[in-house]
Design a protein around this ligand. Structure first.
Ligand SMILES: [Zn+2]
Length: 182
């Protein structure tokens, strides 16, 4: 049985486990000896080939361009900042509102239990929901708590609506800008 290509390759690479058996076969088989000689000549020819230089430097294609900025686009950061400012404004508007809501709880000398606080909040929330059943501006004054002095319900509602519009416009602008870039 003749030697396989794999056996010859492994023999040439000095990776064969049974060199003795292969050499014994090669010494008695001219055909396999010729194949080994041809394979050896091929390897020698491959190794003698000059190293070809690539016409273009492939590595250069993967160097990041200095023109590409890793930062977010300016319009995106501006929109995010605008929304953050609007959120702060909304909190400032809501703060006296919440303080007035919690005033009867904190005014009492006895520290209310969590159950009392939750009950008060629940009642206020139910009353607040009921006020929405008939959407008329004066209805807001019939809430369980009064608005802080100087802030009428109309101003408060208009402020909230204005904030919602600004917020919505910001998001619309963001999407519009994004689509126009594509
Ligand atoms: Zn043979």
């Amino acid at each position: 049985m003749h030697l396989t290509e794999l056996q010859l390759n492994e023999y040439l690479d000095n990776e064969s486990d049974d060199r003795v058996r292969i050499e014994t076969h090669l010494s008695s088989c001219d055909e396999c000896a010729a194949r080994l000689a041809a394979l050896q000549a091929l390897f020698t020819e491959i190794e003698s080939l000059p190293e070809l230089k690539l016409s273009t430097d492939l590595a250069a294609r993967f160097v990041p361009s200095p023109n590409l900025s890793p930062q977010l686009p300016r319009w995106l950061t501006l929109t995010a900042a605008l929304q953050a400012v609007l959120a702060v404004v909304a909190i400032i508007f809501a703060a006296p509102f919440m303080a007035d809501l919690l005033a009867p709880l904190t005014a009492s000398r006895i520290v209310p239990s969590w159950a009392d606080v939750m009950l008060e909040l629940q009642i206020a929330f139910v009353v607040w929901l009921q006020s929405f059943q008939s959407i008329r501006l004066p209805e807001l004054s019939s809430l369980a708590f009064n608005l802080p002095q100087g802030i009428s319900s109309e101003i408060l509602i208009l402020s909230v609506i204005g904030l919602l519009f600004a917020w919505g416009f910001g998001n619309w602008w963001l999407l519009h800008k994004k689509n126009s870039l594509v």
